[in-house]
Design a protein around this ligand. Structure first.
Ligand code: SAM
Ligand code: DTB
Ligand code: SF4
Length: 357
């Protein structure tokens, strides 16, 4: 049985729990900033090498013209963002981009499509993309919207490692941002992807005008899933002209760091990804996020449609901070026990002495 950690004993926080109450999570979120950071950093160090950050590369394989009305998104056909819609990319072009990403040090390749759900006629090409990228030795991730059980079976069979499907915000705030699908639709797809044995990447967006309670509730939903998502992307809203959220007041960066820190504490063995919005962040803010437990980023000049700091900038930031890219999933913990497994008996943390010097 998992034991509940007393607030004064941060290393005991390192065993995953799935019974978080909003009240407990709010209490974490509201801790004095230094106490919150200390506790999050302690959990982080117990579970991961704090100086290693995993690098994923994103490619938009089908851009724009999406039937959904997500209020933040440049790719929704409902918003006049000026983005030109394009068809599904040729398989060979995707594989050639993936080869470049691999040469640039990415260990995971994430392919995203602006779809409510894939059409049956697209699935042969999608499967070929997964198989081709996997054959290069990178982890594969896809984000394609909702999936049928048949789609899930084909993706699994092709060797897809991760499926990204964000819950984006709290259940309460969801319908303010998206009207063409429900929070429950999102959870349903996530549950069926998990059931099929794929790894899950799920997180959300901060800075959409939500309250701190919404941020906390989003994290409670993620942390109380039967298994924690292996990757938890925390995006800072990129306010895109032409979308309903274009004039949203930016979030206080300290609130953003608090969100990262609470995600780290509540999902101690998950990779917490500092995702969209890094072009607007100072090095100091990113450094605080890494200290608070973020240990994954998207690399490359572009996310799906929006800008991302280029490789040179990230290389300089990593040098300043003494951070290195994670070579593979296997050098995350020296004890090697996977996310979701119990820590060995008699040990309270993930791997208290697992870090390289
Ligand atoms: N259509 C698929 C879906 O919605 O699941 C996949 C692509 S969608 C663009 C992937 C995720 O990107 C969204 O769930 C959202 O969390 C994030 N995202 C999209 N636009 C964003 C923005 N302007 N700022 C921050 N995050 C954004
Ligand atoms: C995620 O959580 N963030 C990525 C990835 N998963 C697919 C996407 C960010 C998109 C940012 C806006 C854009 O590039 O259009
Ligand atoms: Fe479509 Fe995904 Fe953008 Fe929503 S977030 S409009 S589903 S591409």
């Amino acid at each position: 049985m998992l034991t509940r950690a007393p607030a004064s004993c941060p290393h005991d926080d390192a065993s995953p729990r799935h019974d978080w109450t909003p009240r407990e999570a709010t209490a974490l979120y509201q801790l004095p900033f230094n106490d919150l950071l200390f506790r999050a950093a302690s959990v982080h160090r117990a579970c991961f090498d704090p100086n290693k950050v995993q690098k994923s590369r994103l490619l938009s394989i089908k851009t724009g013209g999406c039937a959904e009305d997500c209020g933040y998104c440049s790719q929704s056909a409902h918003h006049p963002s000026g983005l030109k819609a394009s068809k599904l990319m040729e398989v060979e072009r995707v594989l050639s981009e993936a080869r470049k990403a691999k040469a640039g040090g990415a260990t995971r390749y994430c392919m995203g499509a602006a779809w409510r759900e894939p059409k049956a006629r697209d699935m042969d090409a999608i499967v070929a993309m997964v198989e081709g990228v996997k054959a290069m030795g990178m982890e594969t991730c896809m984000t394609l919207g909702m999936l049928t059980d048949e789609d899930i079976g084909r993706l699994k069979h092709a060797g897809l490692d991760y499926y990204n499907h964000n819950i984006d915000t709290s259940e309460r705030y969801y319908s303010e941002i998206i009207k063409t699908r429900t929070f429950a639709d999102r959870l349903d797809t996530l549950a069926r992807v998990r059931e099929a044995g794929m790894k899950v990447c799920s997180g959300g967006i901060v800075g959409m005008g939500e309250t701190a309670d919404d941020r906390v509730d989003m994290l409670v939903t993620l942390a109380n899933l039967e298994e924690h998502p292996e990757s938890v992307p925390i995006n800072m809203l990129i306010a895109i002209p032409g979308t309903p959220l274009e004039n949203t007041t930016p979030i206080d960066p300290i609130e953003f760091v608090r969100t990262i820190a609470v995600a780290r504490i509540m999902m101690p063995r998950s990779f917490v990804r500092l995702s969209a919005g890094r072009t607007e962040m100072t090095d100091e803010l990113q450094a605080l996020c890494f200290f608070a437990g973020a240990n994954s980023i998207f690399v490359g000049d572009t996310l799906l449609t929006a800008d991302n700091p280029g490789e040179d900038k990230d290389a300089a930031l990593f040098r300043r901070l003494g951070i290195e890219g994670l070579e593979s999933e296997h050098d995350r913990h020296t004890t090697g026990h996977a996310q979701g497994e119990e820590a060995p008996a008699g040990r309270s943390g993930c791997n208290g002495h697992a870090r390289s010097a």
